[in-house]
Design a protein around this ligand. Sequence first.
Ligand SMILES: [Zn+2]
Length: 609
Amino acid sequence: MAGFISQATIDEVTARTDIVRVVSDYVPLVQKGNDWWGCCPFHHEKTASFSVSSEKKFYYCFGCHAGGTAINFIMEMEKLSYPEAVTFLARKQGIQIQYSEGGLEQQKEDPAAKLKQEYTDLYTRVAGTFHYMLTSTDAGAFALDYITKRGISMETIQKFKLGYSPRDRFWLKKFLLEKNYSKEFLEASGLFSKKYPDIAFFTDRLMFPIFDRSGNVVAMGGRFLRGDAEHSPKYLNSGDLPQYKKGSTLYAFNFARQAIREAKRVIFCEGYMDCIAYHQCGIHYAVAPLGTALTEDQIRMVKPFVQEILLSFDSDKAGQEATRRAILMCRKQDITVRVIQLTGAKDPAEIMLNFGKDTLTKDVELAILDSDFLLSKLQELYPKNSPEGKKAATLSFFEYMDALQSDVQKNACLEQLCQTFDINLEAARKDFTNRAHRGVQERSVPQRLQSEESVSQEQNKHQVFKPNAELRAVLTAVTDDPIYFQKMRSRISVDDLTDPQARKLFIIMEECSRSGSFSVSNILNRCESEQLKSMILKSDDEYSSNIAQSVDSSILYVERTALERKRLELVNRMRRLERSALPEDKALLSELLSQKMDLDNKIVSLKRM
Ligand SMILES: [Zn+2]
């Protein structure tokens, strides 16, 4: 049906589309006054300058000046042409598209879009047929038996439209030709062998349809079930197709989207089966990258909605390497990462089958921070009492620190590394800086930049004592005005600090505050350590520009690290108790679990500040 999408259709789509609902599928929005606000998806920002007006049916960014209607928004986000975006929105509203002879060029029906739609319809149809074969025919009984024995319920099979592709390699082609599809169309569909176009690509496999964001089937994956295991790959997956790009699609994202938004977290897991197991256990925010390593596009799809990403990859070598890669990628995008460690089985499906849903839920709740995960892996790899081991572990951990976006966090992680491997902090810090410096020089930096680099190196030499993150936090409240420290002590206590110098300083400030003699000179007078004194004197000009803000973020930092520390302690206690069968230990475990959930809530609410 060639022609132009009629103006009447475009007007109807614009009138009936709620732009706030469309945009909030991609960007979390908050209502302020008549308009809705969020962080702009078109440029990087941390405070919301992106506004959506449901009355004017328009969005506008005050930062990068992007703006337009719902149609423009969908064009940008889904990378669609104008008529494709109109069609996308029309389908959502159930609007029948009318075509007309004349019209604007941009409204013209796009043949590429039409082809995408036709292939999507084909895949949806084939998935339906395979599903029928799995659930209702003798041919599929074997596959159904396999999947049922792995603990997958009928409800889940239906929800994920699992299927079975028949053993007869010529069947699918015959079946589809009878339905009046053209030979050429079928041969380019990705459903048949490129070399032998009469032979189906997927045969005798358990089939996993891959859905787009709106729940249409756009591609497929098939698991090998029987026969020549040596010459058949365990999983076969669709390659890139007109309607499908695997690097920018996440398996189960259509089912998970709402849950990701509610939980503010997402689980990235290894494959179809893992993902399905999480969903069947009620953990609906799990998705899987498709037949590839995790991509930046895939992280970007969930980033606006999550406060943390949980990784659930296999515990074998390849899986561990994938975990490490994913950690670095997420950290580069400034997202908190935790790693799920499964106890007593190799994957989530096995946990579900052997231990049940509660065990899997608990493993998710016990996910550890990525830095703790990496350090524990490094301890397995490198002996901590040999100089070579210390060096190797340090170099490996520096890669992680490079990916971190905050200096405070880098510093805190360096401290953690030094504690774990019993390394001198100053030496590690020197190695970190020198390595970065060498790295810059190797990439042959222009002369001018190099001299600037050596100037800053020179300055570094004079800074003999560098306060660590905690001490820097306490130092922000060292001023002549006592109100800042009063605010600090109302929120944190000396027990929230672990660094000896930071604790010492906090106690001195506490004494000054109680005796009503709070001032920089009085604090200095009470200091016995020359090192601490010099740091107080130096920090003075560093923070004086915006004390209130520095103190606020310092308090947040200390609160957060103290909570994270408590959380790790709890998790470790829980891990020890899990092995015990004593009823009193079980009771204690559930008590600890509820404490941990309290802590998690506190951590999440701190992150919102
Ligand atoms: Zn913008």
